[in-house]
Each structure stands twice: as structure tokens, then as C-alpha cells.
Ligand binder design. Structure first.
Ligand SMILES: [Zn+2]
Ligand SMILES: [Zn+2]
Length: 173
């Protein structure tokens, strides 16, 4: 099984190789990456000034490259689903698709000075978390585990960028 990392409507970032390496080190699967152009306009909600995450997810799944069992789309705009104010990312449990937004991972969003190292750390955690869901993992009660459900960025920052022992076992199964 192959996981494809798609940079949606944005150039390949400087951390591209590093992110692929860090994901490969923590997930027992082959990972590829590349650019993907998607028309997100139909999913824009002008009242909320956000994009409907679940609909982007379905587009990602429909645009999976040949041979990719799972696709993780990285998007720049802010995401929502109707019952939530926002989300960092969304995934289908045991399904083929996941999406992560970098919008609220930037320090600048919180009125703080940008910190590229922290941004990368947050992005890696979100990617691992959402991919964990596509690989069958549910939320973990260990607040240090990457599968812990973080509602606020502070909770994300406390987590390790890795799975706890139990979740790791679940990944292998
Ligand atoms: Zn989750
Ligand atoms: Zn865990």
C-alpha cells in the first residue's frame, strides 16, 4: 500500500523531503508526493470565509494517483464542517482520504511571530494524526500521543510527533 502526499494549489515546500522522511520513519508504508491542482471554489462558504473540508476530501480521493491506496492533501485555506467552527484536518476512518490545513498551524494566525520550526512540527503531527485515522486508528487518551484529539493548538503542541506504543501496534495490525 502506498500513501500519496498531495500539495494542493501550492508549490512544493522547502520541507518536502524532510516531511516525507519523517512520515516514512513513523509509518510502515511507502510514501510519494507531488503537486495537485483542485478547483476549491465550489467548496467556499462566503459567510464563514472557509472551505468545506469533507467536500475537499472527496475531491482528493477522486484525484488519487494510480496505485495510491491513500491520499493526504495539504491545503493552505481554513477548513470547516457544519458542526464545527474549524478543523485542522479531517480523515476517513480506515478510508482512502485525509486532508490537513496549514491555516491555523501558523503562529501568525494567533498574532505571534512566525516560527518555521514550530510550523513544521505542527504540520508533521497533523499529517500523522490524519493518516493514523485512514489506517484505522481512533483517538487516543494519552495526551502525549499524536492520536490525541487536539481542539486547540496548545494541545497539539504538547503532543509528541509520534504514536504511543498502543497506537503503533494498531498501525501494524
Ligand atoms: Zn482525529
Ligand atoms: Zn496513542
Amino acid at each position: 500500500m502506498n500513501i500519496h502526499l498531495a500539495y494542493v494549489n501550492q508549490p512544493l515546500p522547502a520541507y518536502r523531503e524532510r516531511l516525507m522522511g519523517d512520515l516514512k520513519a513513523r509509518l510502515p508504508y511507502a510514501i510519494s508526493d507531488g503537486l495537485l491542482t483542485l478547483d476549491l471554489k465550489p467548496f467556499f462558504n462566503a459567510q464563514r470565509n472557509q472551505y468545506y473540508s469533507t467536500k475537499i476530501l472527496l475531491q482528493l480521493i477522486a484525484n488519487r494517483p494510480e496505485g495510491a491506496g491513500k491520499i493526504l492533501g495539504l491545503v493552505a485555506p481554513d477548513l470547516y464542517i457544519p458542526v464545527l467552527t474549524f478543523l485542522f484536518g479531517e480523515a476517513q476512518l480506515n478510508g482512502p482520504g485525509a486532508v490537513v490545513s496549514t491555516f491555523r498551524l501558523h503562529n501568525a494566525f494567533y498574532g505571534l511571530r512566525e516560527d518555521p520550526a514550530l510550523l513544521y512540527d505542527r504540520l508533521l503531527k497533523e499529517c500523522l494524526h490524519e493518516l493514523g485515522h485512514t489506517l484505522g486508528l481512533v483517538h487516543c487518551e494519552d495526551f502525549r500521543c499524536v492520536m490525541y484529539a487536539s481542539t486547540y493548538i496548545e494541545e497539539s503542541d504538547i503532543k509528541a510527533a509520534d504514536f504511543c506504543g498502543r497506537c503503533r501496534e494498531g498501525l501494524a495490525g
